[in-house]
Design a protein. Structure first.
Length: 306
C-alpha cells in the first residue's frame, strides 16, 4: 500500500495528575510492541502519529508545546486526545500546569478543555484519568476529577472512552485505539455504565477466577499463601469487571490472583477509597452483596450495594 493510501491520525498524549505508570505499561506491550503501535501501521492503511508525549518525545519546552497547539488547530476533529491522569480543579487549577501562555503557566484543566473540544475522541487512559483515581482520594485537596466528569461539567461533548486500570493492560489501550480507527468513537451500546469498553470490562473477575471453586464451597484463605478463595484477605475480584483472568499480564505470564496477591479493584470508579484497605474485606456501609441461599447454601454476589 502506498503512502498516499495511508490515513494518518495525529495523537496528543497529555499527562496530567498521574505517576506515568500507565505509559510505562503501554511501553511494555508485547504483541504488538510499543514500536509497532507508534511507528508502524496499527491497522492496514491506518497509522497513528504521536505528535506530543512529554515522556517519550525528543522535543521539549516551547517548541514541543507549539507542536501540540498547532496539531489541535490544524487537525481539528481529526486527532485523538489521550489523557493520562486526573484533572486538578481546585483553586483555579494551580496544582498542575502544562506549558506557558504569555509567560504565565497554563493549568492542566485548561489544556484538557481546549484540546478535548476539537478532538475526534478522548481516551482516558488509567483509573486516574477515568475516575480520579489516587490523586482524587480523600481528602482530595487539589480537587482532582476524572476526565469525563470534568468535560461534562464544562459542557464539552467530545466522546470519551474510559480505559481504567492502575495501570491498564496495554491490550486494553491498543484495542481501544484500533476500534476507534476501524469504526469511529464507540456508541453507548459499546460501553458499560461507567464508560468502559464492554469488550475488555464486560465480565466479572469473580466469574472467571481460577479460585472460584474454593468460593463455591466456602473455603477461604486466612492469610497470604493459603489455599482457598482470597476474599477474606481483601481480594476485590467479586466486585471488579475486567478480563484479567483470561488475558493475563506480561505477555500472558501471570496476573494478580493467580500469583496469590488478590485483586485490588483498580479498574473500578471506587478505587482507591472504597476498596481500601487493600488487604481487608470491604467494610459495612458500602459492601458487596454476599449471600447464602437458605435452601442450598450456595454463595452469590452482586455489584456494589450501599
Amino acid at each position: 500500500m502506498s503512502d498516499s493510501e495511508t490515513t494518518e491520525y495525529p495523537v496528543i498524549w497529555l499527562q496530567t495528575a498521574a505517576c506515568t505508570g500507565c505509559l510505562v505499561s503501554l511501553l511494555n506491550s508485547v504483541s504488538p510492541t510499543a514500536r509497532n503501535v507508534l511507528v508502524d501501521e496499527i491497522l492496514p492503511g491506518k497509522h497513528i502519529n504521536m505528535r506530543f508525549n512529554p515522556t517519550v518525545m525528543a522535543g521539549a519546552g516551547e517548541p514541543a508545546i507549539l507542536t501540540m497547539e498547532q496539531t489541535a488547530e490544524q487537525k481539528a476533529e481529526g486527532y485523538l486526545l489521550i489523557i493520562d491522569g486526573s484533572v486538578p480543579t481546585a483553586d483555579g487549577g494551580i496544582y498542575g500546569t502544562v506549558g506557558e501562555d504569555g509567560g504565565r503557566p497554563v493549568p492542566m484543566m485548561d489544556r484538557v478543555a481546549s484540546l478535548a473540544t476539537n478532538a475526534l475522541a478522548v481516551i482516558a487512559i488509567g483509573t486516574c484519568s477515568s475516575y480520579g483515581g489516587i490523586p482524587a482520594g480523600a481528602p482530595n485537596a487539589t480537587g482532582c476529577v476524572g476526565v469525563r466528569d470534568f468535560l461534562n461539567a464544562k459542557g464539552i461533548t467530545t466522546p470519551v472512552v474510559n480505559v481504567p486500570g492502575c495501570p491498564p493492560h496495554p491490550d486494553w489501550f491498543v484495542g481501544t485505539v484500533a476500534s476507534i480507527l476501524l469504526f469511529g468513537p464507540p456508541g453507548p451500546e459499546d460501553l458499560d455504565e461507567v464508560g468502559r469498553p464492554k469488550a475488555f470490562f464486560g465480565a466479572l473477575i469473580h466469574d472467571n477466577c481460577p479460585r472460584r471453586a474454593y468460593f463455591d464451597v466456602g473455603k477461604f484463605a486466612e492469610k497470604p499463601g493459603d489455599p482457598g478463595c482470597l476474599l477474606k484477605i481483601g481480594c476485590k475480584g467479586y466486585v471488579t469487571y475486567a478480563d484479567c483472568p483470561t488475558r493475563q499480564w506480561n505477555g500472558g505470564t501471570n496476573w494478580c490472583i493467580e500469583c496469590g496477591g488478590g485483586c485490588i479493584g483498580c479498574v473500578e470508579p471506587e478505587f482507591p477509597d472504597v476498596v481500601a484497605p487493600l488487604y481487608e474485606v470491604i467494610g459495612e456501609g458500602v459492601i458487596p452483596a454476599l449471600r447464602a441461599d437458605p435452601q442450598t447454601g450456595k454463595l452469590t454476589v452482586s455489584r456494589w450495594e450501599k
